[in-house]
Design a protein. Structure first.
Length: 639
């Protein structure tokens, strides 16, 4: 592909991103105007009402306000570091009224949240209003940064231009170093090969990690080995959670990490390597804090006709800036790894910084535009992920169909298969669970480690089974819930679909399985369960059923219920999947995205139980194959 057509392809990306931006902005506007507070709270997009607590200036000199959720504390929310938020109140006369400023989540811990707000915000108005709520706001910043990154890539010269052309051009081969392979006794053969390929790559390397194959272990080793050759590397991921995970593993290996942005899980270990905590802990910080306080005091007590005001202010600001630069220089000089989300890599703290290598974890879940944000700072890139698992979120169907969902990792896997190393040995699943995923998604190339091949909970158990709910449609008296139809119901755009009878049957089936295992063994061995449904309405319904069912009370901490996205990167001993879809037309909606099903099945270590209407689902060839696979397992077990 010539440079002109590469630039054309990137310009097309920009147009699609603009389409996605407009689509999401319009959806947010409609939602804000039409959806009531109660629905927003249930969706996890709002807290109402709040208790507004103290306000203060944080170590980065931002005005912060602390708020507490006072009701609906059992609902999982979508607030996390970096998300834009707005405060609101509700009156009988005017309805919902929004405060005239936007805040940013600094961090969330349970029902407590810290939000940074503009310096001139009248916190007293928030504190003095009787009923205040907070909701997620439309995030303009991420889109702006992605568009700027695409513009830079389009104009790119030098190394950025070279990488841009390379990623899009199949006949232009990535350059490599040549050396004898290094041996790592604690890695398996394919993990060792992946680390060696990363070290050999001058331009780009891809570590393709199917479920349970030790992608993070391999990536940490590759980073560690790279640091033997480079002073500092940049490590990014799409989500805060993924950045936390890899940062924690690097810290465990004794590597000095600075995490730009606050972690999702707020504990002392995670906070200890954040930039903010390190900044506060610097010996010169008290002096800087005193200078900033003096600046604020001077501004708030300015007297008319004070001729020396500007002189004093500039002197204080100059000393504060000098001190801040010195502290930052020391902190970043000592760090070996700078870690942030892809969007977080645009942080002003990294202005002017250049790195030899960029590592992108979770690369298959990131929009290509987001990957270009940190790419301007580096000479080469290593992408790790699995494009056969969850894709990036694209809300505009038109943009998705036109190719916005195609990630940079997918593009490189297509144009430069020689740069890809597939990790082939998995350490999570019973072989019968892994085999279906391996055959369908990975051309049968993934194998089970001997120690997990036959893992199971019960003797003579079937590792994968499908309970067909269609048999209850014609004969409801045979079901545990004869008074309910096993047909799906539609409950609005934001929630999608629900199947109450299937939800109740899910609980009944799990209870039966628990009874076979035995209460004492469940508690002693801490056997854990994940209940997955693709639809949020079904997830919330299942959570309500679990709370009401007395039998599960002793095991509540061992059972988690979430969407497929909510279980990404996690694993459980037992996975129960409620497919929900049940209709005469064979409509299965976004269950046609088979990557979601790959994620759902491969969360399990020992047992998968699928509940779904066979007649609806098996009109799709993938689910027909899955049904036949489960049926064959059951027949083999009976022999």
């Amino acid at each position: 592909m010539q440079t002109a057509s590469v630039i054309q392809a990137l310009q097309q990306q920009r147009l699609l991103l603009q389409l996605e931006y407009q689509s999401e902005k319009e959806a947010y506007r409609q939602q804000t105007e039409t959806i009531g507070i109660g629905r927003k709270v249930k969706r996890g997009d709002a807290w109402w009402p709040l208790r507004v607590s103290k306000s203060y200036y944080n170590s980065l000199n931002q005005l912060a306000v602390e708020v507490y959720r006072t009701s609906d504390t059992d609902i999982e929310h979508n607030f996390e570091y970096g998300r834009s938020v707005v405060f609101f109140t509700e009156t009988e006369t005017s309805g919902i009224c929004y405060f005239p400023f936007t805040g940013v989540v600094s961090y969330v811990d349970g029902d407590r949240m810290v939000v940074t707000v503009p310096d001139n915000t009248r916190i007293i108005d928030l504190q003095g209003t009787e009923k205040v709520g907070i909701q997620l706001s439309f995030d303009e910043t991420s889109y702006r940064l992605m568009m700027e990154a695409l513009d830079r890539a389009i104009r790119g010269k030098g190394r950025l231009g070279y990488l841009r052309d390379l990623f899009y051009t199949p006949h232009q081969k990535p350059e490599t170093f040549s050396f004898q392979p290094l041996h790592f006794p604690y890695l398996n053969k394919t993990q060792e090969e992946a680390v060696n390929e990363v070290l050999r790559a001058k331009d780009v390397a891809v570590v393709h990690g199917p479920p349970g194959t030790g992608k993070t272990t391999t990536l940490v080793e590759a980073i560690r080995e790279t640091l033997m050759r480079e002073n500092q590397v940049l490590v990014c991921a799409q989500s805060n959670m993924a950045v936390d995970w890899i940062s924690e593993k690097l810290v465990d290996r004794g590597i000095n990490v600075i995490r730009i942005g606050n972690p999702t899980r707020v504990n002392d270990k995670m906070l200890s390597f954040t930039y903010e905590r390190r900044f506060e802990g610097h010996p010169d910080y008290p002096q800087l804090w005193a200078l900033r306080k003096a600046i604020r005091d001077l501004r708030s007590h300015r007297k008319r006709g004070d001729e020396k005001y500007h002189q004093r202010l500039e002197s204080l600001k100059s000393r504060a800036t000098e001190l801040e630069i010195r502290i930052n220089s020391e902190l970043f000089g000592e760090a070996r790894v700078i870690a942030s989300t892809l969007v977080g890599a645009a942080n002003r703290l990294l202005d002017g910084q250049k790195y030899g290598t960029l590592f992108i974890d979770e690369a298959a879940q990131a929009l290509e535009a987001a990957c270009w944000i940190p790419l301007r700072r580096v000479s080469r890139v290593v992408l790790a992920g699995d494009h056969c698992q969850l894709p990036p979120t694209v809300k505009s169907i038109a943009a998705l169909k036109a190719g916005l969902g195609k990630t940079l990792m997918e593009r490189i896997v297509e144009t430069h298969p020689e740069a890809v190393t597939l990790l082939r040995i998995q350490y999570r699943m019973n072989d019968d669970i892994m085999r279906f995923s391996s055959d369908f998604f990975y051309h049968g190339q993934v194998e089970s480690a001997p120690e997990v091949r036959f893992r199971g909970i019960l003797d003579l158990d079937t590792p994968m089974e499908w309970i067909d709910t269609s048999k209850y449609l014609d004969n409801p008296d045979n079901s545990e819930v004869p008074e309910l139809s096993f047909k799906e119901e539609f409950v609005g755009e934001s929630y999608g679909r629900i199947n109450k009878a299937e939800g109740m049957l899910t609980m009944h089936v799990l209870q039966q399985y628990f009874e076979r295992i035995g209460k004492q063994r469940l508690l002693d061995e801490r056997i854990d369960v994940g209940i997955i449904s693709p639809y949020r309405a079904q997830v919330q319904y299942l959570r309500r059923l679990l709370t009401k069912r007395e039998y599960f009370k002793p095991f509540r901490r061992q059972i988690s219920i979430n969407t497929v996205d909510g279980f990404q990167g996690q694993e459980r001993d037992v996975i129960v999947i409620s497919l929900v879809r049940s209709n005469d037309e064979g409509q299965i909606g976004f269950l046609r995205d088979l990557r979601r099903m790959n994620v759902a099945i491969t969360r399990a270590r020992m047992k998968v139980i699928i509940l779904g209407n066979r007649q609806t689902m098996t009109r799709h060839p993938f689910y027909r194959q899955l049904w036949q696979y489960c049926k064959k397992q059951l027949e083999t077990q009976k022999i």
